[in-house]
Design a protein around this ligand. Structure first.
Ligand code: ADP
Length: 207
């Protein structure tokens, strides 16, 4: 308890479930809508089964969220990652989380977009979200947080990425809801928070 306070860890119990503001909607009761949260802040602070990492193909660390995860986890994360032989775009690999409050890190490699996306990049980004979730359930992990994969240095337009993220998580939960309790969209930027607030009702207000 003391450690938790000192490190500013964030418990899942303190992150509200996202739900459509119209409480009278019958869709309010739909199962998967109760498994989604939007959280703005540092993903490395979350006490959760798994956090996804927007890594690069080497899995040896980088900038952005990858850098934050490696510096929070400590050098043993890099050591474990160095045994994995890298990771292809769209695939996912799981490691321990070491000094982080999360139990595991699921590393995925987003497509490099440089500002414009075609079908290939869309499918690769979809694979990232899908394969992370699949890796989670294979390991009996029931709560997962995602950063906005590819939208930083990799240049995927955030207003396009949000749609892929939401559509893929929705699709996954529809077929695997018994194995997953919570998916957190962990945004870092105010602009991404706005994009998610705008798009969440499109994907999660209705059955
Ligand atoms: P990529 O190389 O896949 O584009 P980046 O790390 O450059 O990955 O950016 C992905 C997203 O992660 C961006 O929206 C960035 O603002 C966000 N981000 C950076 N640091 C953190 C953090 N500590 N927690 C959550 N998200 C973060």
């Amino acid at each position: 308890e003391r450690r938790k306070k000192y490190k500013n860890y964030i418990s899942l119990d303190d992150i509200p479930i996202w739900s459509h503001s119209d409480a009278s909607s019958p869709d309010e009761t739909h199962e998967i809508n109760k498994k989604i949260s939007l959280f703005r802040g540092d993903i490395t602070k979350l006490e959760i089964d798994a956090i996804a990492n927007a890594a690069n193909k080497t899995l040896l660390g980088g900038g952005g969220v990858d850098g934050a995860i490696h510096s929070g986890a400590g050098p043993f994360l890099r050591k474990e990652c160095s045994t994995l032989g890298g990771c292809e775009t769209g695939k996912a690999k799981i490691t321990g989380a070491y000094n982080l409050p999360a139990k595991y890190v699921i590393h995925t490699v987003g497509p490099i977009a440089h500002g414009s996306v075609g079908e290939r990049e869309k499918l690769a980004l979809r694979d990232c979200y899908y394969n992370c979730l699949h890796t989670a359930i294979e390991n009996n992990l029931r709560t997962v947080a995602f950063p906005c994969i590819s939208t930083g240095v990799y240049g995927y337009p955030p207003d396009e990425a949000v749609k892929v993220a939401l559509a893929t998580v929705k699709e996954f939960l529809e077929t695997h809801h018994a194995q997953m309790d919570r998916v957190i969209f962990c945004v870092f930027l105010k602009s991404d928070e706005e994009l998610y607030k705008k798009n969440l009702p499109v994907y999660f207000s209705q059955g």
